[in-house]
Design a protein around this ligand. Structure first.
Ligand code: OXD
Ligand code: MN
Length: 592
């Protein structure tokens, strides 16, 4: 039975029923009872495997098709009426042509299958910052993941009422044919269509597709922002909490930073770090003129390899119940899971991510796919913020950008003002690591970490940032910083210890927000005096001279960098905001 009388929802579902021709329709009401029935059904068909009820209660394992293990940026399209609206950094297709192509692929694809109708909310249900979506899918795996990553069920429709402000999402597994795999966004229609994939980032339509690509477009039109940012709170010994939003390209440790464990010296003084979100922030001006952020998600879709009780104990703890693992190793001895770097005891009697027998002592290939994932409820996280469900969001004191640069960017610097901060975000770049295919150490520009996620023209997106700043009083606007945990010495070793020690840098940032610490003005912005970064307890790992070295701003390197920035800006043509062109000119002038 339909869970809503909203005519816009019902007519859209009717159209899609005619298109995909399901055998059966199931409305997802959000009840535990219904989810339990679906889990049992998915276990009976082998779609998921129930794990050890004692060690991993409520946890399941799923394997995707081997050709379907990651987001597919080259098959992801922004379908705006003109190509210019999508801009030079997005793949574009004409909307009418794209709908025709997708409808041809989706036609009849639910025959013999069930259509699940998932009403979901991005953000706490009823929050003025939240938005509703409906995803149609033929995959129980998608339903179960959406039930972790978003707030689902009838309550979403109750809040939506008869409003037309909701995002349409059609997902069709079809035959998981790579040649016909498309992830398409129609920002003007609030619509997403994803075909021929069963992998999370392509099919959990609330996440990257809605909460970033469609939402960034909505934010542009409605005067708010959807950003690829973690949100964390730092509590000082007086109990004051400052919230920071931070954007990093992939492989820079975003989830680790979001759940940081303070160093011993900070813990004993009473410092705490609270996680509000690890991937996405929706940001809007509040009544008091400050910017407030919510995490639109309700869970973590984290990369498993690299997660262990040293690198990120809070993330690991989050996966101990109610979690779905995808493409990790199945340990047959105790019916648990394993992945590379989890510990030094790979199981010998196991099954790898492809479903083949695997022995961790003898195998040459990794047992878990490098992009294997856990989908874990946010409430499981030991450091989840008490403000996680706050419908108003949390007030943002600082915005932090970052990347992986062996020589260029200092450990931390503060932008001179808002527009200079937008410039700092727009020139974000990271050197590629061995984790990705292709050459290592190549600089890849990823402005605000939004390159694959901005649902409209990147030049307009930069202008939107400039406009948001212009709408804020200078004393209310978050201060903008850049960090680089990855500076290397001449021998190629990382100089900064990273992980929990990064709190020492966040501490400086928090102090700067209150004007409680000075800084040295350089061509690129304000850089700390080395003495102001607390090295107590890590003097063995880094001394004052080492710290000074990674706070250096090398004029020659920055002059060369300006050429790379100019080249990137060139691509944006006349959509490049004049304010950013001016920032680049200023930097060039300051370096000379
Ligand atoms: C993610 C990503 O999965 O950014 O969060 O790719
Ligand atoms: Mn992400």
């Amino acid at each position: 039975m339909a869970l809503t009388e909203n005519k816009t929802v019902l007519s859209w579902i009717d159209e899609n029923i005619k298109l995909v021709n399901p055998d059966k329709i199931v409305w997802i009401d959000g009840s535990e009872e219904q989810l339990e029935t679906l889990r049992a059904e998915a276990c009976s068909t082998g779609e998921i495997i129930q794990l050890n009820e004692e060690l991993l209660p409520g946890c399941y394992l799923h394997r995707t098709a081997v050709n379907d293990v990651a987001r597919v940026e080259h098959r992801t399209f922004i379908c705006t009426p003109t190509q210019e609206e999508a801009g030079p950094t997005n793949n574009w297709m004409d909307p009418a042509k794209c709908y025709d192509m997708l409808h041809e692929i989706a036609k009849g694809s639910y025959s013999g299958r069930t259509m699940y109708v998932i009403p979901y909310s991005m953000g706490p249900i009823g929050s003025p910052l939240a938005k509703a979506g409906v995803e149609l899918t033929d995959s129980i795996y998608v339903v179960l993941n959406m039930a972790i990553m978003t707030r689902i069920g009838k309550a979403v429709f109750d809040v939506l009422g008869d409003s037309n402000d909701w995002v349409r999402g059609l997902h069709c597994k079809c035959d998981i044919d790579e040649e016909k795999r498309y992830i398409c966004h129609f920002p003007q229609d609030n619509t997403i269509i994803s075909v021929n994939s069963g992998y999370g980032g392509n099919v959990l339509l609330g996440k990257k597709c809605f909460a970033l690509r469609i939402a960034s477009y909505q934010g542009w039109k409605e005067n708010w922002q959807a950003e690829h940012m973690l949100i964390l709170g730092i509590e000082n010994p007086n109990g004051e909490v400052k919230y920071i939003c931070a954007a990093f390209p992939s492989a820079c440790g975003k989830t680790i930073l979001a759940m940081l464990i303070p160093p011993q010296g900070y813990l004993s003084k009473g410092y705490k770090v609270w996680c509000v979100g690890d991937d996405i922030a929706w940001i809007r001006k509040g009544e008091d003129g400050r910017l407030y952020a919510i995490n639109p998600e309700n869970g973590f879709f984290g990369v498993a390899p690299g997660t262990n009780d040293k690198s990120n104990p809070n993330a690991l703890a989050s996966t101990k119940k109610g979690t779905i693992f995808t493409n990790v190793v199945h340990n047959l001895d105790d019916n648990t899971v394993w992945w590379e770097s989890l510990d030094k005891n790979p199981p010998e009697n196991a099954v790898d991510w492809k479903g083949n027998p695997w022995n961790g002592k003898t195998a040459e290939a990794p047992g878990a796919h490098p992009n294997s994932r856990f989908t874990a409820p946010a409430v499981n996280c030991p450091c989840i913020s008490s403000e996680f469900e706050n419908t108003k969001g949390v007030p943002i004191s600082a915005i932090v950008f970052g990347g992986r640069r062996a020589k260029l960017a200092p450990l931390v610097y503060q932008s001179k003002d808002w527009n200079n901060g937008v410039f700092v975000g727009s020139i974000m770049a990271s050197e590629t690591t061995a984790a990705a295919t292709g050459a290592v150490g190549v600089v890849r520009r990823d402005p605000m970490a939004m390159l694959p996620f901005c649902g409209y023209n990147m030049g307009e997106y930069f202008q939107h940032w400039v406009d948001i700043g212009a709408s804020l009083d200078a004393d209310k606007a978050p201060k903008i910083f850049n960090v680089n945990w990855f500076r290397k010495d001449d021998e190629g070793h990382f100089v900064w210890p990273g992980f929990g020690e990064n709190l020492r840098v966040l501490d400086w940032i928090a102090e700067r927000c209150e004007d409680r610490v000075g800084a040295r003005e350089t061509a690129i912005g304000y850089v700390p005096y080395a003495e102001d970064i607390n090295l107590d307890g890590i003097e063995d790992e880094i001394n004052l001279d080492g710290l000074k070295a990674i706070l250096e701003v090398d004029k020659d390197l920055w002059t060369a960098e300006c050429e790379g920035i100019a080249e990137f800006y060139e691509k944006l043509g006349d959509k490049l905001p004049a304010a950013l062109k001016e920032q680049l000119d200023n930097l060039n002038a300051a370096l000379n």
